[in-house]
Design a protein around this ligand. Sequence first.
Ligand code: ZN
Length: 114
Amino acid sequence: MTIIEKQELKKAIELEINSLTDEIINIQDSLKPIKKDCSLDSIDHKMLKQEQNINIQRLDESKRRLNRLKHAYLKVDTKEYGICKECEEEIPIGRLKLIPESEYCVACMNELGL
Ligand SMILES: [Zn+2]
């Protein structure tokens, strides 16, 4: 991987971190508790609950991805970055651009069932 490619990846990770942080704030905003005594009937209430559960899952997933991205960001300048943890081959740059936090190449990821 060239220095320029690493710089590009760092920028991409930064942008991703920023948009993910915004998303997390938005989801947290939408997770305000449902009032019990409002005029909703039980079906509406159920739907709201379901929606909330989906948002909680999204929030969880977003937070985990944010952690992975922050971790990747700190690692971009190290030698291990972009090297598959399993087969120790270089992860193709195209894949890293798409998923900068990748720690495995596609073949190993499939093999490991990740
Ligand atoms: Zn591999």
